[in-house]
Design a binder for this molecule. Structure first.
Ligand code: SF4
Length: 256
């Protein structure tokens, strides 16, 4: 298991948390405006209407603030405080697209935000303290981890790897054998989805780039996914690397 991943530092969830706070403030501002503007005309319909509509919007604002606080606390404490699974869904389905827009307005690259999102997602999954049997865990790998000059076809059957050690597929195949977990190399999102449908895992440990991990986490929800970013010393999609020790640590944290 030689590769130690010197190409990139650990992604930080702080950025995503900060952007989440900004998004929350913007949402609350929009909710307030949504109340204030029609209120100018609501009085004309019924004198009590502005108060009722105001209360509804206050509850919505409170929920947005409370939800953000819960998310921050869950990731900070690493504990499943309340409805973490549901919260992860809100982050994935609603907050991420908004945060990506706000981040791009602030000049933050999509990949930086996605790295932070993956770290945040991992924190939420780990805070659920899931314990899964080995045969219900699937390690999903991108095809680009395999040495481009290797003539063996490991897609669909990683056991065909001759374990020559020229790429990280060897260490990952050995890891899967050691812990008796399912492992698969997929050439793209469609094949990855097919593997997930076939194997029906309870948890996926996925290795990929920022873009593929983000879309994979979105597609798989509510299935929990722990994402590990690959390194790309030769550019995207070719001879990528991953620190097998990172995968082993993630695996041990969820194994029964
Ligand atoms: S470790 Fe396996 S996949 Fe990688 S180059 Fe060697 S035989 Fe090919």
């Amino acid at each position: 298991m030689g590769y130690k991943g010197p190409y990139q530092g650990p992604p930080r969830k702080r950025l995503f948390v900060a952007l989440m706070g900004v998004t929350c403030l913007l949402v609350v501002g929009l909710i307030y405006l949504g109340w204030w503007i029609p209120t100018m005309g609501l009085t004309n319909i019924h004198p009590g209407l502005p108060r009722i509509v105001g209360m509804v919007f206050a509850v919505l604002s409170g929920m947005a603030v409370l939800g953000t606080l819960l998310l921050v606390l869950t990731t900070a404490l690493g504990k499943d405080i309340l409805g973490t699974k549901f919260m992860r869904g809100v982050v994935i389905k609603f907050l991420l697209p908004l945060i990506e827009q706000i981040g791009s307005l602030c000049g933050i690259s999509k990949d930086t935000i996605r790295q932070s999102f993956v770290a945040m997602n991992n924190s939420l999954v780990i805070s659920q303290r899931l314990k899964v049997k080995p045969d219900r865990i699937l390690i999903l790998l991108p095809h680009c981890l395999q040495l481009s000059q290797c003539e063996i076809k490991v897609t669909g059957d990683i056991t065909k790897c001759l374990r020559c050690g020229r790429c990280d597929i060897m260490g990952l195949a050995e890891l899967a054998q050691k812990y008796q977990v399912e492992i698969s190399v997929a050439t793209g999102g469609t094949l990855a989805r097919k593997v997930i449908i076939e194997k029906r895992p309870k948890l996926v440990l996925a290795v990929a780039c920022e873009r593929d991990l983000t879309s994979g986490i979105k597609d798989c929800y509510p299935l929990p996914v722990i994402g590990v970013l690959n390194d790309r010393p030769y550019g995207p999609c070719i001879d990528t690397r991953v620190d097998v020790n990172k995968i082993e640590a993630a695996l041990r944290s969820v194994l029964v």
